[in-house]
Design a protein. Structure first.
Length: 242
């Protein structure tokens, strides 16, 4: 009986330890966010402070708020496709403004095409340089230089306009990175401030999304707000996101 009691006691300790570790892991994310918030509150000098929960941004110097604006943040959704997964979350932590750009052009990541094909009920094919793909009308879809287009029956090259998705029938074709068809002007608004790892502060043509959980992880601002930040925030400025 003593041996059984000892075993049961050890098992209870193991279970308690597992529960304790699970509770600690669940509390870890808000603790990190709270730590970033506290660090932002006690920091000196110029900095950007972002509250994901409040969907708001502040441009500060010491205790003074120089500028404030509503923002759009990540949806928190997860997109899965053929063993890959993308989590559309605005990352918490401390980053810095590493680059600024006017009139930025967006290079859509793979998830853009996965999401578009899913929402539209299309199949998706990656288009690579080479012989191309034969279409149902007996023309061939190819990459020539930095353009995607069809080679018609008479040999003429008919490029797809760079501001249009490459769609034929019920298939969405993914252009190679570096082609004009893989660049979208205007999607990031008039300015962007890069924070690294593909995240940035930027404008948007979707002004009604401001104040919502609507992005794929970036922080969107109105064109007026991002213009103000572009003009006043220097490179190297810390960005506290909680």
């Amino acid at each position: 009986m003593n041996r059984i009691s000892t075993l049961l006691g050890a098992l209870a300790l193991l279970v308690a330890g597992a529960v304790s570790r699970a509770s600690a892991q669940q509390a870890e994310a808000p603790t990190r966010a709270a730590g970033v918030r506290e660090a932002a509150a006690h920091a000196s000098g110029r900095r950007i402070v972002v509250s994901v929960a409040d969907r708001r941004l502040w441009w500060m110097n010491g205790r003074d708020t120089l500028f404030a604006a509503p923002i759009a943040v990540g949806t928190g959704d997860t997109l899965r496709y053929r063993g890959r997964a993308w989590r559309f979350e605005t990352p918490r932590g401390v980053r810095r403004v590493i680059r600024k750009e006017a009139n930025p052009v967006w290079t859509p990541p793979d998830w853009h095409y996965v999401e578009l094909a899913r929402d539209s009920g299309w199949s998706m094919v990656r288009l690579d340089p080479g012989p191309g793909v034969m279409l149902a009308d007996s023309t061939r879809l190819v990459v020539r230089g930095d353009r995607v287009g069809r080679v018609l029956r008479d040999g003429t090259f008919d490029p797809v306009p760079p501001d249009e998705e490459v769609i034929f029938g019920l298939t969405l074709y993914v252009p190679p990175i570096g082609t004009a068809n893989r660049r979208i002007a205007g999607e990031l608004g008039p300015y962007k401030l890069e924070l690294g790892d593909g995240y940035m502060l930027h404008g948007t043509p979707h002004q009604d999304s401001i104040g919502q959980a609507a992005t794929h992880g970036c922080i969107r601002l109105s064109d007026e707000a991002i213009t103000h930040l572009y003009r006043h925030v220097p490179l190297g400025t810390p960005v506290y996101i909680y």
